[in-house]
Design a protein around this ligand. Sequence first.
Ligand code: HEM
Length: 255
Amino acid sequence: MKDLVESVRSPVPAWLDVTQSVTGLVLAVFMWIHLFLVSSILLGKDAMYYVTGFFELRFLTDWQHGYPVLVSIIAIGVFAIFILHAGIALRKFPVSWRQHRIIRDQMRTMKHSDTNLWYYQAITGFVMFFLGSVHIYVMASHPDKIGPYASSDRFVSEHFWPLYLVLLVAVELHATIGMYRLAVKWITFGGKDPRRTRKRLKVLKNALTVFFLTVGAATFVTYMKIGLEHRDQAGERYSPATRHSSVQSQQVGDE
Ligand code: HEM
């Protein structure tokens, strides 16, 4: 009985809840910034080349070489937060077919959209756990292989595109649903009509999902296009100088 009272009084569940929310917030913000950086390819190969170089601090050297190890350090840090977040989330996961059935039945009878969101959050989180781990491992172990051609070659010639396609959908749904649930959970909505505020939040969530999925899909298509064009030279690295010389040699060839 004493043990039961002690466990009821334990602050651990509350701390786990707070940690899950904080790590979720950090990861969602990271994912949105990450998508903007990765989508620099939409502005052209040079834009992505300089964004990559910036993270390797190539401006401190001759722009040919930087410190890719910094990317590994960031990736390992993100991986640690990712694992912590997923590990804490596991405690609420339906672990047996019976528990899963109960949730599905409740979803059907309650028809409560926020309960459904919890389920989508769990499914997308499960997908991300596996696919995200592969991606982060590749980024941490090959930090020097990021760039307009190296990344596009990974999409096409190294066959990563199916992984990125599924991961993109899972990440964008998970991040926006997560941010919505964080707001509902931790922010007290006073005012005259809290129900209306929640509806507005949901509209914002949907708008953000559409926005990030659209940017992500355009980015995906651009890497695929470059990867397909570059298939015969896969492995060759991009540099603005190479681009200029290849344009010049093409012009000479045209003459
Ligand atoms: C510090 C860690 C990370 C780095 C350095 C990084 C870097 C990159 C880079 C350079 C690309 C372009 C493709 C490539 O080079 O392979 C990319 C694509 C992508 N990354 Fe990450 N990433 C990181 C973490 C994550 C995490 C944690 C997730 C989600 C769990 C994620 C999801 C994606 C997705 C979905 C794409 C494809 C985007 C699209 O097609 O629009 N990344 N990432």
